[in-house]
Design a protein around this ligand. Structure first.
Ligand code: AHR
Length: 333
């Protein structure tokens, strides 16, 4: 009898856990979506949870869905394209009203996006772009990654000039790349290199992916320091998390981040502001993760048959040690 009760208890617990999971994935509380005469369902495939920026982006999407009373079917692809393909196909089967997704990598979407088209489900690309024709999706909302690379290099060149290590000194740069094949990594590198090409004294001596994570940023920086140690003048990291990991590696190696090695990264998350105020990070170029409200607003417009711009880019700013402390109290992520 005791055994029977134990089995029943386990069944009851696992059953309610599964129910809770389903509830979180597709929250539905009745009423109508803001600006619509019915409640709409939006399937969203997030690329992962690799960085402070990504967490802010996910939180923004979830909060905005609540605000608009949109039923959000949220999935986390854990940085794997195959998981995103599965998620998008499950949204089609479920007949959601609209799909939004942040492509882990930029290639390989033609077939699944054609399936969305055939099913007459509009698609919004969030944060990252895809290769191929613009006709594969209805709208893109995010940052201009190439411009962020250009802004990083522009800041670097001006700063080196300001501290008297400008155009004549040979400068060795190491680069921590984001996820290979992600638009955020490809385009940031293109923008950065486009500027540096005009300054032959800058030499990129090492470049490797750190997958946008703090742990890998640290690991790869350790390897850079092992091979090139005292020769490194500059670190360009494709995001703040990798820069923060690298800062730790540089300190452990015995050099001063922010002084011996000048560091510029991208995102401008709170962790970067703390590092800039502590003097260990020199600059961070903003990449706005608060994409939830524009995504929900665009989804409603599309479903109402209103025209929307094909691409909407965020306005991003440059922060460094000169303005970080003043801006910090107003930062939202
Ligand atoms: O696609 C945006 C990038 O992805 C952010 O810079 C990075 O932090 C994230 O993981």
């Amino acid at each position: 009898m005791k055994k029977l009760w134990a089995v029943l208890l386990v069944l009851a617990l696992t059953g309610s856990a599964a129910f809770a999971k389903g509830g979180a994935a597709g929250k539905s509380s009745g009423g109508v979506t803001k600006g619509m005469d019915r409640k709409i369902v939006l399937g969203y495939s997030q690329s992962g949870a690799e960085s402070e920026w990504r967490t802010a982006c996910t939180n923004s999407v979830k909060a905005a869905a609540e605000e608009y009373n949109i039923e959000l079917v949220f999935t986390d692809a854990q940085q794997k394209q195959e998981n995103q393909l599965k998620a998008i196909r499950s949204f089609i089967t479920r007949k959601v009203d609209i799909i939004a997704f942040t492509p882990v990598v930029s290639s390989g979407w033609e077939a699944v996006l054609q399936e969305c088209k055939d099913a007459k489900i509009p698609v919004i690309c969030v944060d990252r772009t895809i290769d191929g024709p613009d006709t594969l999706f209805t709208a893109f909302i995010g940052s201009d990654f190439k411009k962020e690379g250009v802004m990083s290099a522009d800041w670097l060149v001006a700063y080196m000039e300001k501290i008297g290590r400008g155009s004549k000194d040979p400068l060795n740069v190491v680069e921590l790349q984001g996820t290979v094949g992600a638009a955020a990594a490809t385009d940031r590198q293109i923008g950065f290199m486009e500027v540096l090409a005009k300054y032959p004294n800058y030499k990129v001596i090492k470049t490797q992916t750190g997958n946008f994570t703090r742990a890998e940023g640290k690991q790869v920086m350790e390897a850079f320091l092992k091979s090139d140690g005292d020769q490194i003048d500059v670190l360009f990291a494709h995001n703040d998390d990798m820069a923060i990991g690298a800062i730790q590696a540089i300190e452990e190696y015995g050099r001063k981040p922010g002084e011996d090695i000048i560091i510029v990264s991208i995102d401008a998350v709170k962790g970067a502001f703390e590092a800039m105020m502590a003097g260990t990070l020199n600059a961070s170029i903003e990449c706005n993760p608060l994409l939830g409200p524009p995504v929900m607003e665009t989804a409603v417009k599309i479903l109402k048959g209103e025209s929307v711009p094909k691409k909407v880019y965020s306005v991003d700013n440059t922060f460094d040690q000169s303005n970080a402390a003043a801006a910090f109290p107003t930062r939202k992520y």
